[in-house]
Write a protein that binds this ligand. Sequence first.
Ligand SMILES: [Zn+2]
Length: 61
Amino acid sequence: MLERKCEFCGASIPKERLDILPQTKRCVTCAEKNGSDMVVKKSDIGMDSDTYKDLLGATRS
Ligand SMILES: [Zn+2]
């Protein structure tokens, strides 16, 4: 149900990551490239910086 693929490289995103970052669109590898795994704890508020950057990227590209 929660299986999701990285929008950058197409790799499956591990369930453990989705448990922490339900909105993430990146696998761990791509997130680390962008330094966004640092914001994991902000997922408690519903929108983390990873998601925010994804939104910014979507509007810029
Ligand atoms: Zn990826």
